[in-house]
Design a protein around this ligand. Sequence first.
Ligand SMILES: Nc1ncnc2c1ncn2[C@@H]1O[C@H](COP(=O)(O)OP(=O)(O)OP(=O)(O)O)[C@@H](O)[C@H]1O
Ligand SMILES: [Mg+2]
Length: 230
Amino acid sequence: MGHLTGGYGAHPVIVDVALSAASGITALVGPNGAGKTTTLRLITGTLRPEQGDISYGGKSLIGLPPDAIVRLGVVLVPEGGGLFGTMAVEENLLMGAYLPAARSRRHENLAMVRTLFPRLQERRDVMARRLSGGEQQMLAIGRALMACPRLLILDEPSLGLAPAVVQQVAEAIRAIAAAGVPILLCEQNTALALHLAECVFVMERGRIVLEGTAEEIRRRPEVRDAYLGS
Ligand SMILES: Nc1ncnc2c1ncn2[C@@H]1O[C@H](COP(=O)(O)OP(=O)(O)OP(=O)(O)O)[C@@H](O)[C@H]1O
Ligand SMILES: [Mg+2]
């Protein structure tokens, strides 16, 4: 995407943002209120940009409704997971496969999700809202995988999780990328994002202020001071 500008009212929250997430893990990091979630809303069609372009696989996403964007393979796991709380784990997973193309592949995808998250298999009949925070995040990612993503977008998957659980989620993110699904990871947890991603974009006040490989970004003094505390 390039030159993207948009927001919620008269004043754009996102100004002239360009980023790409073609393969592996790409991270979008930045402090609270920087505009990360707003950027994801613009990409996934729940907000219309004022200017700029967004494309995936050579197709423009501008003006498409959210479900058409999912059909193209761009799938978002929103902050907090967006689960159906009173539905069982397995039902939530199957809801991820509601589009015809995904429905026809639901058995293989379900098997893949069970391999990735054995815990979800153990908890298959439990209501989503009764799961721990870590299990809910795994379920949210699993449900997104049921939609056959060709770009998986994760909004703050580590938020509120205990360090050991963050590690499990991080391993799952790595495994998904290794299986060939590109990932755009939005995180306030900069250390985690730099650890996982190859390519990193730093957003502040609605603009991309730095971009580079994780290695380059990690060495920048302003990043060390502001985000890594070292
Ligand atoms: N629905 C909304 N209506 C109006 N303003 C909003 C709305 N959602 C977010 N904003 C504003 O847009 C700006 C960017 O918010 P956004 O949620 O995109 O940031 P973020 O980088 O995702 O932050 P966080 O790390 O806290 O999730 C903030 O100033 C926020 O107050
Ligand atoms: Mg956010």
